[in-house]
Design a protein around this ligand. Structure first.
Ligand SMILES: NC(=O)c1ccc[n+]([C@@H]2O[C@H](COP(=O)([O-])OP(=O)(O)OC[C@H]3O[C@@H](n4cnc5c(N)ncnc54)[C@H](O)[C@@H]3O)[C@@H](O)[C@H]2O)c1
Ligand SMILES: [Zn+2]
Ligand SMILES: [Zn+2]
Length: 360
């Protein structure tokens, strides 16, 4: 059935997000409708509102959500991975064709069709419309900064119903991206030295992932005065090298700037690895001296959604949380009502929060 509910929408780039009442169609084959309980506010949502990530408005924001299944389409119930009304789920924002060599090889973030349906559910037809009946785009198969969302079962993962949904939501992006970059992309080993550029929702999770992986030393780099280890005016790369006796084994760029990708690459020691997690503007770039790359055997690597397999990694992150090893309670600085969405985005932009979460 069709439902109506409030949602955070970008109608015009570089303008505050709006809260509107939208219509959400019921599920067709292979889809479920979810009553969203919570949705984290990620920098990538902000990047969609200012054109850094080019997704055309009008766009229903949100890709870090969790909620309860309230209606299932044909072919959804039963079997492994089946979903039923009442199940608790976390959303996933990647497209998985399930058939290409990358999906078949357990690397769905590299699916050759990634990006095929960036503003609709995978099959390509919008499921949401505004009060005037005009179709709306959704953020990367999700659009879950909304009271309800109808998603493909490929974009949801069932979780243990004991886990509070506001904390579970963070696994839909920040946690899996940050911890996954450490566990899956870089495979940080015990005793390694790690530097993390940018200590927001993603960077803080790279930090805690590095701690769980047994890193011996973790340097956290940020421009927020309160968080500073290296003072303004100092050369961060030089100071990092000094502090770590030649550079960290791994550096994670969790901000989204070519200059910082370059700084992360420069900072790592011989044989080290710089992992680029932040999403910069499409026109941004980094300059790497290739000769040094050869003689110092340095690596620079991207990491998309923590190189995760959602059905494997989401439960894994939540088990670490349940075991008291992964901190999720502490990550939520502030909870907002959907009507406060513009404030939540302003607070993200000013760096006030570890993570802000919209709760419904
Ligand atoms: N690779 C992926 O799959 C993926 C997934 C989610 C988010 N992202 C990207 O990761 C980045 C971070 O996202 P987030 O939600 O953690 O953002 P955030 O706004 O919560 O955190 C960014 C942090 O970087 C700090 N910062 C800004 N400029 C800096 C600088 N010059 N040097 C050091 N620190 C600086 C800010 O103070 C803030 O603490 C964004 O680019 C986002 O789009 C990537
Ligand atoms: Zn995100
Ligand atoms: Zn594929």
């Amino acid at each position: 059935m069709r439902r109506t509910g409030k949602a955070a929408i970008c109608r015009e780039l570089n303008k505050p997000v709006l809260v509107e009442t939208i219509s959400i169609d019921g599920p067709t084959r292979g889809e479920v409708t979810i009553r969203i309980a919570a949705c984290g506010v990620c920098h990538s949502d902000l990047s969609a509102t200012n054109g850094t990530i080019p997704l055309p408005p009008p766009l229903v924001l949100g890709h870090e959500g969790a909620g309860e299944v309230i209606e299932v389409g044909e072919g959804v119930a039963g079997g492994p991975g089946g979903l039923a009304v009442g199940d608790h789920v976390v959303t996933s924002f990647i497209y998985m064709c399930g058939k290409c060599r990358f999906c078949s090889g357990g690397r769905p973030v590299l699916c050759v069709e990634q990006g095929k349906a960036l503003t609709t559910p995978p099959e390509g037809t919008p499921r949401v419309s505004d009060a005037a009946g005009k179709p709306l785009n959704i953020f990367s198969g999700c659009g879950v900064m909304a009271e309800y969302a109808t998603l493909s079962t490929d974009n949801v993962v069932k979780i243990d119903a004991k886990i509070p949904l506001d904390r579970a939501a963070l696994v839909g992006c920040a946690v899996t991206t940050g911890v996954g970059a450490v566990f899956n992309t870089a495979r940080v080993e015990p005793g390694a030295t790690v530097a993390v550029f940018g200590c927001g929702g993603v960077g803080l999770n790279a930090i805690q992932g590095a701690a769980i992986a047994g890193a011996e030393r973790i340097l956290a780099i940020d421009t927020m005065e309160a968080k500073l280890l290296i003072k303004p005016g100092q050369d961060a790369t030089k100071e990092i090298k000094k502090l770590t006796g030649g550079g960290p084994d791994y550096a994670f760029e969790c901000v989204g700037a070519g200059a910082l990708a370059e700084a992360a690459y420069k900072a790592i020691r011989r044989g080290g690895k710089a992992v680029i997690v932040g999403v910069a503007r499409p026109t941004d770039s980094a300059g790497i001296k290739t000769m040094g790359m050869v003689f110092e055997e340095k690596t620079i690597q991207g990491s998309y959604f923590g190189s995760c397999v959602p059905r494997v990694d989401f439960p894994r992150m939540l088990q670490l949380y349940m075991a008291g090893k992964l901190k999720l309670d502490e990550l939520i600085t502030r909870r907002y009502k959907i009507d406060e969405a513009a404030q939540a985005f302003a607070d993200l932009e000013s760096g006030k929060n570890a993570r802000g979460v919209i709760v419904f």
